[in-house]
Each structure stands twice: as C-alpha cells, then as structure tokens.
Design a protein around this ligand. Structure first.
Ligand code: ADP
Length: 420
C-alpha cells in the first residue's frame, strides 16, 4: 500500500523531470538528485497520511448465527424464542432437553402449558411487560423455575414481534430461603418456651407463692434449669455460626486423637459416677495423628459422647473405638475412623438421614427433658465437613447406635496436603 501511494504521489513530478531531461533543460546528474528528493518527499507524505488516516479493518465475512446459537446452547437456563403467533421459532439445548422439543413452528403449549406462563406470553405480545412468573415442574424431583417473558419488537419483520421466554431454576434459592425462615422460627420457638416459663415463675413468686419457702425453692430450681437451657442454646448457636463461618478454611494442625478423646472423657467422669455409666476407650497404640483443629474435634467427641450417655440411658456403657482407614472418599487420603457406640433404644431408620439437620429430634420432649438443644449433631456435621471427613450413623432399634466420624490423617507430604 505504501509503495503504491509513494509512486502515485511522485509520478507527475517524475514525468515532468523526464521531459526536461530529454529536452536538455536539466542535466543527468541534477536529474537523478531531483528524482531521489521527489521519492523521499513522497515517502514522507505517504507515511504521514497513513498515521493520520485510520485504515479500516479488513472485513472478513462472519456468519454470527451459529456463534449465537452455540452461546445459547451453552446456557444452563432454558431459553425459548416465540413468534407473534406464539409458535416456537427457536429453543436452546437446555429448553429442548427439558421440554422435549423436537420440532420448531409449533405452539408453545406443546412444551409448556402452565397458565401463568401462557398469560405472561400473551400479555407480552399485547405490548405489556409481565412480572416474572414462578412455576413448579414435577417430573421426578420437583424443580421451581422463575420465568421471565420479554417482547423483542422487529419493525422490519413481517411477523412484527418476537417473544423471549427465559426460565431460571430457583429451587436451590427457594430451599435456602425456606431453611432460613425455618431456622429463625425454630430459634424463636426454642427461646420463647424457657422465657415464658421464667416469666410465669417470676409472676408466681412475686404473687401467690411470695411467702411459701418450699414453693420458692422448687420454682427457683426450675428457673435455674430454664436459664441454663437458654444458655446452652445460645452457646450452641454461636458454635454453629463460628463453625459455618470457617467451614471453607481447612484445618492445618497435627492433632493426636488419643489426647483429645482422653480430655473429653475426663470431663465426663463425675457425671458417669453419678449416673452409673462408664466410657470404655479402646484405641490402637499406633493410631496416626490427624489433620485437624483440636478444639473443634474436641467438640465433636463431646457432642457424640454426651448423646451416647443421654440416649444410652443410665448404667449403660459407652464405647469409643478407633481404627485407621485406607482411603477416604472425600479426600482420597488415609484417615482415622472413631466410633462412639451406646446401648440405648436406637433410632428408627427413617429418622437417621435427618438427624444432622438443625433442631431435628426424634423425640422432642425426650431431648428437651435431657437438656438437648437439637443442634449437637448439626455442629458435628459442619466440623467434620470442614475436616473433609464424614459421619456415618448406624443404629439397631432396641440395641443401640454407633456414630462414626472419619477424618484425614496428618501428612508432612505437601503433595498429600494439596491433593486434599
Ligand atoms: P439433642 O440436643 O436433641 O441431643 P442432637 O443434634 O445432638 O440434638 O441430636 C439430634 C437427635 O438425634 C436427638 O434429639 C435424638 O433424637 C437423636 N440422637 C442423637 N444421638 C443419639 C443416640 N446416641 N441415640 C439415640 N438417638 C440419638
């Protein structure tokens, strides 16, 4: 391009010079010098022009439609494009799969018949902006979608308008909202009962039982229990929120499970003496240390042993055993499994999968009567998950339950750590 510009710019001057040379007006030496100057000037001018005038990019014809289609197909959310007569013009892969759309050009009802969605489409075709609509698709596991419908006017198209229907799966978000609402309701309920009891006794003590020392003694004892129950509940709620806050950060310390379990068992010695229980600890001598957080692991065994004593019943032994595990499914590394076994009534099988949910209790009154908050196993689950381990609950009605917690072993090998 530069050469052509240079030659175009210099050509008239060169032609004139050649004529002057041929007619003898200019000598040969002078002529050559002048030609060199003309070409240099033309080069300079051409370069300058080039920097001042942006060169338009080369136009490569691009067929954009397949690209758009591919992008739409990659979207996890179903998208359907409709004509003004509500026929399906196009549907991305997610929509085709979800509604089994094999043919274009058919009415939307062939895929989606929900009245609220059809109303939104009709409103949109009539020029309004409909609010998002929610609908539940029940095919196996129910899935809730939020559907947004928007008209895309096409003035140059004989069809006039097109409507885009976008579906977004909000099942997870709705579940989180429900869990949050349930949690707040549960906490309020759990705090309201002891508070109501306290308020009632305060009223009785300042009124009818004012001058009754025996009643005062009895009521103060109950009030003390209720106050302790609220304290335990608040402590457990704080523990749960602390555990959840750092669940994504992996513990890094080397922890000797033998020490942790020994410390926890010691704290129960007085209680065992009173209730006639025993805690038998049977750990192998060469139990490897684990990668963990000492205080959190201590809380795990405290909650499990506490439950085993509570639900195992007075006079029944609790057994704590441990063994190495070759390969943990969660981390792919070696691990240690610790089991806490009681000889209580056991747990009906259908309750087992829900035991680690917050406030889930097989028998609410029994749990409350034994001082339970319904949060112990939820705390255990979150701590174990932070340790990249797992919890297994096995129970045989009438003969007892075994709670087994598995955590990865400690390793000095950095490769091992990064793999986990
Ligand atoms: P709680 O404070 O009620 O004990 P947890 O979260 O520790 O709460 O346990 C949830 C429920 O699981 C308990 O209410 C009880 O019904 C059941 N559970 C836990 N451990 C045992 C056990 N060792 N034996 C029988 N049931 C148990």
């Amino acid at each position: 391009m530069l050469n052509r510009t240079v030659m175009t710019g210099a050509a008239p001057s060169i032609v004139l010079l050649v004529v002057l040379l041929m007619t003898g007006v200019v000598g040969v030496g002078e002529g050559v010098t002048v030609i060199a100057l003309i070409i240099a000037g033309a080069v300079w001018t051409a370069r300058r022009t080039e920097t001042l005038t942006p060169v338009p990019p080369a136009e490569t014809p691009v067929d954009t439609e397949p690209v758009e289609r591919r992008i739409l197909d990659e979207l996890p959310d179903p998208v359907i494009l409709l004509s003004a007569s509500r026929n399906i013009i196009s549907a991305n892969q997610a929509a085709r799969k979800l509604f089994n759309i094999t043919e274009m050009g058919r009415d939307l009802t062939i895929a989606l018949r929900h009245p609220a969605v059809l109303d939104a489409v009709d409103l949109s075709l009539a020029g309004s902006t409909p609010d998002p609509v929610e609908f539940e698709l029940v095919a196996g596991v129910p899935v809730t979608f939020e559907v947004q419908v928007a008209a895309v006017p096409r003035p140059n198209d004989e069809d006039g308008v097109r409507v885009v229907v976008l579906l977004h799966d909000v099942t997870g978000t709705k579940r989180v909202d429900e869990v949050r609402a349930d949690f707040v309701a549960n906490v309020s309920h759990e705090l309201r009962s002891p508070l109501a009891a306290l308020a009632g006794f305060i009223e009785t003590l300042s009124g009818p039982a004012k001058d009754d020392p025996a009643a005062r003694e009895k009521f103060l004892g109950i009030m003390n229990n209720e106050a302790q129950r609220m304290t335990r509940l608040i402590e457990d709620l704080l523990s749960l929120s602390r555990v959840e806050a750092n669940e994504h950060i992996r513990p890094e310390d080397e922890v000797e499970l033998e020490t942790v379990i020994g410390e926890v068992v010691d704290t129960y010695s007085n209680r065992c003496t009173e209730s006639g229980n025993s805690i038998d600890v049977d750990l192998p001598d060469d139990l490897p240390s684990v990668l963990g957080d000492h205080d959190q692991l201590s809380q795990v065994f405290q909650n499990l042993i506490d439950n085993a004593l509570k639900y195992g019943g007075p006079g029944k032994p609790v057994r704590v055993t441990a063994s190495p595990v070759e390969r943990l499914p969660e981390s792919g590394t070696h691990g240690v499994a610790v089991s806490v076994q009681d000889q209580g009534d056991g747990i009906p099988t259908d309750h087992i999968p829900r035991l680690t949910e917050r406030f889930y209790r097989v028998d609410k009154a029994r749990s409350r009567g034994l001082g339970g908050t319904g949060l112990g196993l939820a705390i255990v689950k979150h701590i174990v998950s932070r340790h990249r381990g797992h919890i297994l609950i096995e129970s045989t009605p009438e003969s007892g339950s075994t709670f087994t917690v598995t955590v990865p072993t400690f390793s000095q090998d950095p490769q091992d750590l990064s793999d986990r």
